[in-house]
Design a protein around this ligand. Sequence first.
Ligand code: 9D3
Length: 237
Amino acid sequence: MKINILTLFPAMFAGFKSESIIKRAINSGSLEINIIDIRDYTTDKHNTADDTPFGGGAGMVLKAEPIFRALENTSGKVIYTSPQGVTLHQNLSNELSSEEEITIIAGHYEGIDERVIEEKVDLEISIGDFVLTGGELPAMVIADSIARLLPGVIKKDSYEQDSFYNGLLDHPHYTRPAEFDGLKVPEILLSGHHKNIELWRKKESLKRTYLRRPDLLEGREFTKEEKKLLKEIVDEL
Ligand code: 9D3
């Protein structure tokens, strides 16, 4: 999959591309991240990418023309990061991960000229109800959540266990040593009894979800095993 990102601040994306899982996804050929500097598509001698808003007011607006020109080198869905957009959800990331190519326009300052949105943008996405300085981090968040779903990037049994994928929060994790400063790892995890470990993890997942995100359990169909575990959880509280 190819993900184009249009930005006025390409340097912000350097670390994103060159570390950890995203780096591996790129090197394995399943992902291409193409950072496009909007300033490269300006035509005046001062490379002006933004201007003051018509009608007055504070801040600057990204000009339409350089963005239109930059988009000529892309294909596929165009996404604009915006506080006015739909809130990102795992279901949307799952859908976007089956696209061959997408382009994310990272906004900055007050936003972009509305004519870009009217003519070119298919989908506006927010990453939640809090205020950031620009759309660069949201662009990385969107790209990251898509990239990890691409074939061969992470093991399937790894993301099938994710909250919002299986609908439950994660269970606790421990690694060596088995005792640290008198703090012990739950016995069962050292037992080597895989069936019981799986059941313990399922119960811890259910318990956390019940206590922290009961909204995730609304409307869920429970298996017989899950009903039994939930009864134990409630009785033990
Ligand atoms: C002071 C500017 N505000 C005037 C009402 C509006 C505003 C414009 C641009 C506020 C923040 C931003 C920058 N944020 C984004 O571009 C953004 C964002 C966010 O701030 N939170 C969550 N998701 C997103 S996606 C893009």
